[in-house]
Design a protein around this ligand. Structure first.
Ligand code: LLP
Length: 405
């Protein structure tokens, strides 16, 4: 369920590649993805919709994993694309996305970002505020630019507070009572308003929230398009059981009016379980009666999620997974005590030089990587049928100084 498998040699493999060999070739830390896994997930989403309706669109929420190769992959699979900034738009275009299939998001798109989107002929701008409408009036009056309105449905789903977005107290979108006035502004400016958008949060297992969302949006008028956002959760640990794509799509469609085209924007659930991070163990510190720290050559610079959200992960040794031994804490190499990747995981006598694999890091890992402690960011490796190729190279020390004037 976490996306890895064990080969005949008893080692973890991803995309048919033995991670011990991948680490030998490309070094650690490294993000390693199973290319076919991402493709299969895109196809499963499309198939789940196609089995139920002709009117749908699946949009890759690229914030989960924005790199040229990922954009190209999901473009090839026939998805549309959600970008949340000018930078993501740049990468999406670089990855070959047809601008007509791009949705531009953001609660504070700058004038320059909006101009870039218009110039690039982005298909749809998802408008978030009256101030943004003022900007569009200056930049695109009478253009017939297609837009949707992001609304705050006024309720949210059960997930970490930092990634809840549907509640009234949110920086995103128009309040329900403002939708009519915003729609009127669109007409006045000469924009083509196609429908409504809402995103209630991320890492969601509670599908009833999506039914409720469809109901709320459908109650706001007869729009040809309703975008119900992203947010389907994934398994980070063995005990988590996320809903299937079929169940999720059922929930999206159950309350949506028949004539409406339903759009969704999955990010995490397309890439999260397709990627792992491979580290090398450097030190093992045993504090008798207290704890054993197993420190690896990465940490909060390549995976911020434990520190930001208290996120939980599993860890395995690449050449002897599944074997339990002592309960340890996997720590990073950064200069903070809170730089812990996994708390309380059982590993088989870990020692320096071991390769440690953290599954389910494909979403918001590379995306939120940073250079804390001037640590170069890891490469991204795509594996397919036993072949590994580099799609983002490792950062170098020279890269770290490139912008210093
Ligand atoms: N659509 C909109 C408008 C969004 O804001 C997001 C995520 C998505 C779609 C995709 O949601 P997903 O399917 O990936 O859950 N950094 C956090 C997640 C932040 C999500 C922000 N918006 C994390 O690591 O958990």
């Amino acid at each position: 369920p976490l996306g890895t498998r064990v080969n005949e040699a008893g080692r973890i493999e991803v995309g048919g590649c033995d991670l011990v060999e991948v680490a030998r070739e490309f070094g650690t830390p490294a993000y390693v993805y199973a290319e076919d896994d991402m493709r299969a997930r895109a196809r499963s989403y499309l198939a789940a919709f196609a089995a139920r309706t002709e009117h749908f669109e699946v949009i890759y929420a690229s914030k989960a994993f924005p790199c040229t190769a990922a954009y190209a992959l999901f473009r090839e699979e026939g998805l549309s694309c959600d970008v949340a900034s000018g930078g993501e738009l740049f990468l999406a275009l670089r990855g070959g996305f047809d601008p007509a299939r791009i949705y531009m998001h953001g609660n504070n798109k700058t004038e320059a970002e909006l101009a870039y989107a218009l110039e690039s002929q982005v298909g749809t701008i998802v408008v978030d505020s009256f101030d943004e409408l003022d900007r569009l009036e200056r930049l695109a009056a009478g253009s017939g630019q297609r837009v949707m309105l992001r609304v705050t449905p006024g309720f949210t789903a059960e997930t970490h507070r930092a990634i809840q977005t549907g509640q009234i107290d949110s920086k995103f979108g128009f309040g329900l009572s403002e939708v009519e006035r915003a729609a009127e502004r669109c007409r006045q400016i000469g924009l083509e308003l196609r429908g409504l958008h809402a995103h209630i949060g991320s890492q969601i297992f509670d599908l009833a929230a999506y039914e409720r969302l469809a109901e709320v949006l459908a109650g706001l008028g007869d729009w040809p398009l309703l975008n119900l956002g992203g947010g389907l959760g994934i398994a980070y640990t063995r005990d988590q059981k996320p809903p299937s794509y079929d169940q999720y799509v059922d929930a999206l469609l159950r309350r949506a009016p028949d004539a409406v085209t339903v759009l969704c924007e999955p990010g995490r659930s397309l890439v999260g379980n397709a990627g792992v991070t491979v580290y090398t163990v450097g030190t093992v510190k045993r504090i008798p009666g207290v704890r054993t720290y197993v420190a690896v050559d990465g940490g909060m610079s390549d995976n911020l999620r434990p520190m930001l959200y208290g996120a939980r992960y599993e860890a395995e040794l690449a050449d002897r997974p599944g074997r339990s031994g002592e309960l340890v804490t996997v720590a990073g190499m950064h200069c903070e005590s809170g730089d812990i990747i996994v708390r309380d995981v059982s590993l088989d006598r870990p020692r320096p030089g071991d390769l440690l694999v953290v599954p389910a890091t494909g979403a918001y890992g590379h995306a939120m990587a940073n250079n804390y402690n001037a640590v170069p960011r890891p490469p991204v490796i795509f594996c397919k049928d036993g072949d590994a190729r580099i799609v983002v190279r490792r950062e170098t020390y020279e890269d770290l100084a490139l912008r210093d004037v």
